[in-house]
Structures are given as C-alpha cells and as structure tokens.
Design a protein around this ligand. Structure first.
Ligand SMILES: Nc1ncnc2c1ncn2[C@@H]1O[C@H](COP(=O)(O)OP(=O)(O)OC[C@H]2O[C@@H]([n+]3cccc(C(=O)O)c3)[C@H](O)[C@@H]2O)[C@@H](O)[C@H]1O
Ligand SMILES: Nc1ncnc2c1ncn2[C@@H]1O[C@H](COP(=O)(O)OP(=O)(O)OP(=O)(O)O)[C@@H](O)[C@H]1O
Ligand SMILES: NC(=O)CC[C@H](N)C(=O)O
Length: 551
C-alpha cells in the first residue's frame, strides 16, 4: 500500500540568521524522523532567511549565504526524508521566493512562488520575480504539489498544480496573524480543497518578527474540506500527518491529532501580544523589560503581558508618583507588582519637576501653565525609564494603546519612549476586554487577579493635572473606538461616519486629531500588529499634507 508520514514543522526562524535557521531545519528533520518516522518534512516559506527578510534580500552576500546553508543542509540532513523548505534564491540573475526539495543529500527540484502579495504589510514585488511553472514531486508513490502562501489565495496556482498531476497540495506559508485571520484562512482553504478535490496541507511559521506575529496553527484538510489534523496556535512544534492511497485511487488523510485552538477572540489576541513581546525582547538579546506602572489599566495589562512573555524575574516595574498621583494609584501599582512577583520600585519625580520648572521660570515668565507642564512630568518619567534601561540592559516597554496613538494622546519623548509596545494596535475597549479575560484565567487557576478590579472600574486619567479625566477632552472610549475603527480600519470618510449616526462635533474632532498626529506615530516605537490596519506598514499617510477631511 502506498502511504507516507508527512511532518509539518511549525518553526520560528530568526530573520537573517541563515546558518542558524539551517541548523534549526536540520535538527527538526532529525527529530521528525526519530519521533514520528517522517518520510516528508515541510518547513515554512522563506524559512532559511526568516519572513519577511525585507531589504536583507538586497545584500550582495544573501545569495551566497543561502547557497552555503543549502549545502550544509544537503550534507547534514538525515537520509530517507524528503524535505521541503523555503528560501530566497537567485537563478540566472533573477530572485525568486523559492521552495526546494532535498532528498538524500541532493536538491532534487525547486518551485518559485507565482502569486506575490503586494498589499498591506506585504511588498514581495519589490524583491521577487514571478515563477512560471507548477511543481509536483512524487515520493513513495504519492504526488505532492508544492505551493507557497499567497499562491493559495488566488485560483490559478492550485488549479494548475492539480492539472499537473498533484494528488495532495502542500503549502509552505508565512502568514501573519491579525484579529479574525484564522477563520478567514479555514473558510477560504476548505473551499479550495473542495474545489480542487484534493487534500491540502498548510504549514505556517510561528513567532514574532518586529511588528508581525505568526500564529502557526498549521493544519491538514481532506478533499471535502474537513480538518483532519490541527497543530496548536502560538507554539512551535512538529505535527505528523499520515497519508494513504485509498481504494478509489485517491489519497486520504488518516485522522490525526486535532489540537484545540484559542477558544475566544480575547485569548487569541492575548497570545499574539505575548508572542510579539517575547520574541522581540528575546531575539533582540535584552535581559528583560522595565515599564512605568501608573496604577492605570494600560500599564497594568502591559505588565501582565510582559510577565507572561518573559517570567517575573525579567520584568521590572517603576511607580513614579507626583502631586497628581492618587493614593489608590500607588496602592494598586504596588498590589499588581506583588501579585505578579516582579521587581518594583518607587521613584518620586517632584525634585526633578521642581528643578526643570526653576530652570525654565525666566523663559516662561508671563505664560500660563498648559500641557507644557504636563508633558514635563511625562518626559521626566521617560528619562528615568531610559536611564534604568541603559544601566540594566532592560528594554523599556511602552504602554500607549491604539486609541491614544490614533488621536496623539501621548507625549513625544515622554510616555512614548521605549523599544516596543504590546498595545500599539489594541483599542482601549479591547484593553478592558483583555484585562477581564486575563483576570478570569487567573481565577480559574486559583491565582489572584493580576489587574485589580479597582483599576478596571476607575475612570481613566493621565493624572497630569488636578482631577483630570480622559473623558474631559475625548468622547467615551466605546464611542471613540467605534469612530476610530470606522475611520482607520474601514477607511470611511468623516461625512460617512456622521451619516451613520455619530455626533458631528465628536467625529470632526477625532478625525482632526488622527490626521494631525501622524508625526507622532512615525516617531512611536514598533508594536504588535493585531488588526488589518496597524500603525505600521499597513497605514501609510504623508506627514506633511493639505488634505481636508469631508467625503
Ligand atoms: N507636524 C509636526 N511635525 C513634527 N513635530 C511636530 C508637529 N506638530 C507638532 N510637533 C511637535 O510636537 C510637539 C507637541 O507634541 P508633544 O510634546 O507630545 O505634546 P502635545 O501633543 O501638545 O501634548 C501631549 C498630549 O498628550 C496627552 N497625554 C500625554 C501623556 C499621557 C496621556 C494619556 O492619556 O495617557 C495623554 C496630553 O494631555 C496632551 O494632550 C510640539 O511642541 C512640536 O515640537
Ligand atoms: N505615576 C506614574 N508612575 C509610573 N509610570 C507612569 C506614571 N504615570 C504615567 N506613567 C507611565 O506613562 C504611561 C501613560 O500614562 P498615563 O497615566 O498618562 O495614561 P494612560 O494611557 O491612562 O495609561 P495607564 O492606563 O497605564 O495609566 C503609563 O502607562 C505609564 O507607563
Ligand atoms: N507570505 C504570503 O504570501 C502571505 C500572504 C497571504 N495572503 C497571507 O496573509 O496569509
């Protein structure tokens, strides 16, 4: 009987570490053979370079480094296993997004990706040329059709590959996650499998790369579009699939493990944020992170994410109170730090505010107090955090959420200092949802809530002046977030949002703030992309522009 074991290697490459990624691939194939008796091992798209390698692809030595890595794989990879792995390759002076087939020390075949995504965060046409043929590889009597990621999102490559004799579609992917992506994939590919009447195996990258997070969640669908094997999301690992020839001459996927996927949107998003922070910090080589803990919900949630990503020993929290800091803010910050077991210190900023104020007194004579004085407090806190970062090798975790980043409610060189931001693409209403979800998880595990109820229930305040509340100058967050979502994710015009029933003054104010503060977002630290329109490569507006809002 014709049958084989194919192992999906859902791995996390380090972008640019080509020799390291080759070793990761060699080790994964060895483990797949020993643990699962693999006949075929499939690794993700561009695995040897890591995805996306961006302009590293333009470095002169890239092609030579990839060839050395392929050579190393040919020498060191265990025998009797067909390996499908992605890498960038130059052939006849043209660069392709390639999948190579290695067996018993020889590279047997190559497939160049045909559909190059060039929208949202993708710009593959900047780097690659389009492949011009399908690729079917027969192994142990079963014909595997090789495709790469975007190839699956358009019709032609699948149809061509089946027409060329493929009995099973095997796709190498680097498909970044955003809210709702998993459902989108499953629905699309179930339909593709049914249309092609052929099983479909989908192997995805895992881990964080700058702003992008890859969820993995690799799977195998049968010819009817049913999921027969499902790997975990947000965890690396090897997942075996058994393929056998059936009595009708087709190929079946023998039922394998169906690992559970995150049960709620909150769980998916939280895992994405933890993955993004963990990989950014670890892959950049930091000992850990330091963050300002204000007693407010954004820093409380950021702290919980940091602890889940790195462990409490690698996280330091600093409360930096001033005259406007409420007593309950001090108490709540201390309680969070105690609950999560992180190093905690209190640094009073009054002496520094006084010193700055005294130095500026003559220059400011005759001017009323305004946001200048508020921003000074924020900048002093930022300076202290950066000093701790420099001295201790800890990266500053920035805490501003998407609602604030959208309207520019953050101080340049103040609370915007830092290396990475978990909440950059998380609206304030989602910050609340995540905090409640994380608390429920803690309670289910018999632990204390990591965001105290009082922090969730208090009206949000920047505490930069007397009795200040966020709602003094902004619509309530549920209204603000809906306006922002329509304007940013939905690309709706100001007038369309007003026509949908929102207050004209509120919409005009919000749109004006968003448009006016592009300069801040361009100077903001990177952070996890969690929506279809993160404030990174997904949304590119000119800073200097004369566009008038309206239709
Ligand atoms: N187009 C442009 N291109 C480049 N730079 C530009 C610019 N326009 C202004 N600037 C510069 O930016 C400065 C203004 O920005 P910045 O100094 O940040 O200050 P600004 O935006 O005026 O004030 C900070 C705002 O954030 C709020 N805030 C601060 C801290 C925390 C929170 C919170 O809710 O968590 C809220 C605060 O209430 C206030 O509304 C200008 O003085 C100028 O130097
Ligand atoms: N007293 C403080 N001690 C330490 N850090 C502070 C303090 N005040 C502000 N910060 C830092 O600046 C960030 C912005 O805080 P701010 O209180 O102005 O607004 P926020 O967006 O409501 O954030 P949070 O919900 O965390 O309070 C905080 O998340 C925190 O990292
Ligand atoms: N690497 C790719 O080709 C990714 C594009 C694809 N549409 C995705 O997001 O999954």
């Amino acid at each position: 009987m014709q049958e084989l074991t194919l192992v999906m290697a859902q791995l996390d490459p380090l972008t640019g570490d080509i020799p390291g990624n080759a070793e990761r691939a060699i080790e994964a194939v060895r483990e797949a053979k020993i643990e699962h008796g693999a006949d075929v091992v499939v690794l993700p798209e561009l695995f040897l370079a890591g995805y996306p390698p961006e302009d590293l692809l333009l470095r002169e030595s890239m092609a030579a480094r990839i060839e050395q890595a392929r050579q190393r794989m040919a020498e060191k990879t265990v025998r009797d296993v067909l390996v499908l792995v992605g890498y960038p390759a130059e052939r006849d002076g043209r660069r392709f997004n390639m999948a190579g087939a290695l067996l018993n020390g020889e590279w047997r075949d190559e497939y160049a990706k045909r559909a190059l995504p060039n929208y949202r965060v993708f710009d593959e046409k900047r780097y690659f040329e389009v492949g011009d043929r399908s690729c079917v590889i027969e192994h142990r009597g079963i014909r595997l059709g090789v495709l790469i990621c975007e190839d699956l999102w358009v019709d032609e490559p699948i149809a061509d590959t089946v027409a060329a004799g493929a009995e099973v579609i095997v796709s190498l992917n680097a498909s970044p996650w955003h809210r709702g992506k998993s459902t989108e994939r499953v629905e699309l590919f179930a339909e593709s499998a049914r249309r092609a009447q052929c099983p479909l195996i989908y192997v995805n990258q895992i881990g964080g790369q700058d702003e992008l997070v890859f969820d993995g969640a690799s799977f195998a669908l049968d010819a009817g579009g049913e999921c027969r094997v499902q790997a975990l999301a947000w965890q690396p690992g090897l997942m075996p699939i058994r393929l056998t020839r059936n009595d009708d001459g087709g190929v079946d996927i023998v039922d394998g493990e169906l690992m559970p996927l995150p049960a709620t949107a909150e769980e998916s998003l939280y895992c994405a944020l933890v993955t993004g922070v963990r990989d950014y910090v670890n892959k950049s080589g930091f000992h850990g992170v330091v963050l300002g803990l204000s007693g407010g919900i954004d820093s409380a949630l950021s702290l919980a994410i940091a602890v889940d990503a790195l462990g409490p020993d690698r996280v330091q929290a600093v409360m930096m109170p001033y005259h406007y800091t409420a007593e309950i803010s001090r108490e709540d910050a201390a309680e969070q730090a105690r609950t999560l077991g992180v190093h905690y210190e209190v640094l009073e900023i009054a002496p520094m505010v006084e010193a700055f104020t005294a130095t500026l007194a003559a220059s400011f004579e005759g001017s009323a107090a305004d946001t200048t004085e508020e921003n000074l407090q924020s900048r002093i806190r930022g300076t202290l955090l950066m000093a701790l970062s420099n001295k201790k090798g800890l990266m500053v975790l920035t805490t501003g959420n998407k609602s604030e980043m959208a309207v520019g409610y953050a101080t340049l060189y103040g609370d915007m200092v830092g290396g990475y931001n978990a909440l950059k693409d998380v609206y304030k209403t989602w910050v609340y949802r995540l905090a409640r979800w994380r608390n429920r998880q803690a309670l289910e595990e018999g632990e204390a809530e990591c965001v105290p109820a009082r922090v969730i229930e208090r009206p949000p305040s920047a505490e930069l002046s007397e009795d200040q509340l966020d709602s003094d100058s902004l619509p309530d967050y549920d209204v603000l977030d809906e306006i922002l979502e329509r304007y940013i994710e939905g690309d709706q015009s100001q007038e369309a949002i007003i026509a949908a029933g929102f207050d004209r003054d509120a919409v005009e104010k919000v749109v004006k703030l968003v448009d006016r503060t592009e300069y801040k977002r361009r100077q903001a630290p990177p952070g996890v992309r969690a929506t279809l329109r993160g404030f990174g490569r997904d949304r590119r507006y000119p800073i200097v522009n004369g566009w008038q809002p309206g239709d």
